[in-house]
Write a protein that binds this ligand. Structure first.
Ligand code: IPD
Ligand code: CA
Length: 263
């Protein structure tokens, strides 16, 4: 991006540093697939290490901001208006299985609104950055959501709940309704990247239930700053509170929201 703010530079530095640590550990994960115990414990340690790196970088630079991270307790800041919302490793299942599709997601919230976002995919060396009012960028290229209008030409992403989640039947109903009307649905396993890809115009839309603030905070700003729309699946609710999200290009946002609301 042309002129990143001091906060965005701090976020990029933290994401890249954690990325280096996660890449080193990822190379080890492949070797562990064949062991009887599997790479589970190793990956949770890699995840915690990444969170620690990000936390140290961010809190050293901005000691008064609050903290909400996937792997630790929420810590309120002495500045109650600002907090970091961090997922040190989004796409953990992919990482665990040696699939190179995972990311670090860092958002900065001010007075309840996300104002800066960084989503970093070290395996592809793609860094997605947005600042409220200044647009969204990927490796210095300005991002725009797709301009497609016909649903039959569109690709959508979602997350399919796993582990016996009660949300599964609704998602299966969404898939039954949407699949025949589109060019395809993807489940790539990293919500932060799903949203970043909507911002980049790679996906035309994305929806998911049972998703947490650290999965979506940075990605939502990327989509909005790239000209896309975002909203909750549950009518009248907040996205963080209802743990649900729809994000899409402006031409299909209402249609997609209407379809998934019916499930
Ligand atoms: C998960 C991924 C996945 C989404 C889940 C998330 P994690 O995050 O983003 O794509 O479907 O809802 O929990 O556990 O890999 O950080
Ligand atoms: Ca996540």
């Amino acid at each position: 991006m042309t002129q990143a703010s001091a906060n965005v530079n701090i976020m990029i530095k933290a994401a890249r540093k954690a990325g280096r640590s996660l890449v080193r550990d990822f190379n080890e994960v492949e070797n562990l697939q064949v062991s009887a115990k599997g790479p589970g414990d190793f990956v949770s340690r890699a995840d915690m290490r990444a969170e620690e790196i990000i936390r140290t970088e961010l809190t050293e630079a901005r000691p008064n901001y609050g903290w909400l991270g996937e792997e630790s307790e929420e810590v309120p800041g002495t500045d109650p208006t600002r907090r970091w919302i961090v997922d040190p490793l989004d796409g953990t299942t992919n990482y665990l299985h040696g699939l190179p599709h995972w990311a670090i997601s860092i958002a900065l919230e001010h007075k309840g609104q996300v104002v800066a976002a960084v989503v970093y995919d070290p395996a592809k060396d793609e860094i997605f950055v947005a600042e409220k009012g200044s647009g969204a960028w990927m490796n210095d290229r300005r991002l725009r959501v797709s301009g497609r209008r016909d649903m039959i030409e569109m690709i959508f992403a979602t997350g399919v709940p796993f582990g016996g989640s009660p949300l599964l039947p609704k998602t299966l109903r969404d898939l039954a309704e949407l699949t025949p009307r589109t060019a395809g649905i993807r489940r790539w396993g990293a919500a932060a990247l799903d949203l970043a890809y909507v911002a980049a115009g790679r996906y035309d839309g994305y929806w998911e239930r049972g998703i947490r603030p650290w999965d979506m905070a940075a990605g939502l700003l990327l989509v909005r700053e790239a000209g896309g729309f975002t909203g909750p699946i549950q009518e009248g609710a907040g996205m963080f509170e209802s743990r649900s999200v729809v994000a899409a290009n402006p031409h299909v946002f209402e249609t997609l929201t209407g379809i998934v609301r019916k499930s």
